[in-house]
Design a protein around this ligand. Structure first.
Ligand SMILES: NC(=O)c1ccc[n+]([C@@H]2O[C@H](COP(=O)([O-])OP(=O)(O)OC[C@H]3O[C@@H](n4cnc5c(N)ncnc54)[C@H](OP(=O)(O)O)[C@@H]3O)[C@@H](O)[C@H]2O)c1
Length: 250
């Protein structure tokens, strides 16, 4: 064991990627597989997309489902992973939703569902995964956040609050886990064309690229390539790593 209490990284860590049926989640699952992880490919409703991802993986893997906003469903999917691959060593909280509306007109149930899925769901998955990481004194939690957690975007109070909350969760959990070799970081991608964004009206997307210091959207593959950084760095914790064309500094 090293001076900071960190143990040895498992030879082939078990990595849970929530929302691996979606745009960024697919890329992260493939990248973690390429880095030697055994991936739990999670989906909520898009089973076929998740199966297609799993077929591309080279290491042992498992397909799991469940709404992370439900504590019971999260416990069940965690038990499924543990039975098939072993306990989770790397958690990627990627699955999320957005329900945009001006706050003054927003349906309270929609607002609550965004917080339940994006923020409370990330707590649920961490709650089931982190105790094992602490026991083995090695683990990684990677929370996918967004520039919207920092920058005001009209119509996104729910999404923004969920991602800002997740940044606070990241920092505080990092402070709780550092002495036992578990790092907790946030990854903040810029605008990517995925299922979450491809239904936005053209008028919203038009001109958006040009507002960033690097005037183009990022790709899911570019964002997923950062997985190696999170796996490798023992002394990076509580950070928000932005791969966002510089949007967060505007
Ligand atoms: N696209 C962007 O421009 C952008 C920018 C910044 C940050 N992000 C973040 O990047 C992450 C990935 O989003 P994406 O762009 O790849 O969007 P996406 O293609 O819509 O993927 C979202 C994923 O979340 C899953 N999901 C939805 N509800 C869930 C629930 N209740 N429990 C568990 N999983 C659930 C979906 O699963 P099913 O399809 O199986 O239901 C899907 O796999 C999100 O955290 C998002 O906030 C995206």
């Amino acid at each position: 064991m090293s001076k900071n209490g960190a143990g040895k990284r498992p030879d082939s860590p078990v990595a849970l990627v929530t929302g691996a049926s979606g745009g960024l989640g697919q890329a992260l699952a493939l990248e973690l597989d390429a880095l030697g992880c055994r991936v739990a490919v999670h989906y909520n409703s898009s089973k076929e997309a998740a199966e297609a991802v799993r077929e591309k993986l080279t290491n042992p893997s498992v397909l799991v489902t469940g709404d992370v906003g439900s504590w019971e469903a999260t416990q069940a999917l965690h038990a499924h992973i543990t039975a098939e691959l072993g306990p989770v060593d790397v958690l990627v909280n990627n699955g999320a939703i957005r329900k945009d509306s001006l706050m003054a007109m927003q349906n309270p149930a929609d607002w609550a569902q965004v917080i339940q899925t994006n923020l409370i769901g990330s707590f649920h998955t961490a709650r089931v995964s982190v105790p094992h990481m602490l026991r083995q004194r090695w683990g990684r939690v990677i929370n996918i956040v967004s520039p919207s957690g920092i920058i005001a975007t009209a119509g996104q109070t729910a999404y923004s609050a969920s991602k800002a909350g997740l940044i606070g969760f990241t920092r505080t959990l990092a402070s709780e886990c550092g002495r036992r070799g578990v790092t907790v970081n946030a990854l903040s991608p810029g605008f990517m064309i995925t299922g979450m964004t491809n239904t936005l009206p053209d008028r919203v997307i038009e001109g958006m690229e040009d507002k960033a210091p690097i005037p183009r959207f990022v790709t899911v593959e570019e964002v997923a390539r950062s997985a190696a950084l999170f796996l490798d760095q023992d002394c990076m914790t509580g950070q928000v790593i932005s791969i966002d064309s510089g949007v967060s500094i505007t």
